[in-house]
Design a binder for this molecule. Structure first.
Ligand SMILES: [Cu+2]
Length: 152
């Protein structure tokens, strides 16, 4: 390898690094944890909870959810004692979106089969920027609450 070729190779390597660094900074980095579905009382309606952590520098939002147990999954937030459907929920950069009892949640309507404690419900989460993420919601007891799980 002569000097000129070596220089060109070094330049290419540097450019590649710079590009990779840039791509990493501009994308949300999402991770799902703590997902569950409390066993619903009837199969016409069930809630789903999870946490989406964003370790990237860019904010994103949860825009829709699909599932094999229901063709009608929506995103809800709770305002006071009332819940309402929203088009999306924000996932701040270096932050998290928390879906939990009494707050934001996923709403499954007209379930094809009533999920029982121990079942697993698969969902695909869709975002404004990041690629879709598949998650599994283990079905827990109707009154399950992870914040008090240690006391049960
Ligand atoms: Cu709801």
């Amino acid at each position: 390898m002569n000097r000129r070729t070596a220089f060109a190779a070094a330049l290419a390597a540097t450019a590649g690094l710079a590009l990779a660094g840039c791509g990493g900074d501009s994308a949300p980095e999402l991770k799902v944890s703590g997902a569950y579905m409390p066993q619903p009382v009837m199969k016409d309606m069930a809630g789903g909870f999870l946490v989406i952590k964003n370790s990237g520098d860019t904010a994103d939002k949860l825009t829709s959810v699909t599932s094999d147990v229901s063709d009608d999954v929506t995103i809800h937030r709770t305002v006071g004692a009332k819940m309402e459907q929203v088009k999306s929920l924000n996932i701040p950069a270096h932050g998290e979106l928390k879906l939990s009892r009494g707050g934001n949640h996923l709403m499954f309507m007209a379930l094809k089969k009533k999920p029982e404690n121990g079942d697993k419900v698969s969902v695909e989460l869709h975002f404004g920027k990041a690629k879709p993420i598949k998650a599994v919601l283990p079905v827990k007891a109707t009154n399950y609450d992870p914040q008090h799980a240690g006391h049960q």
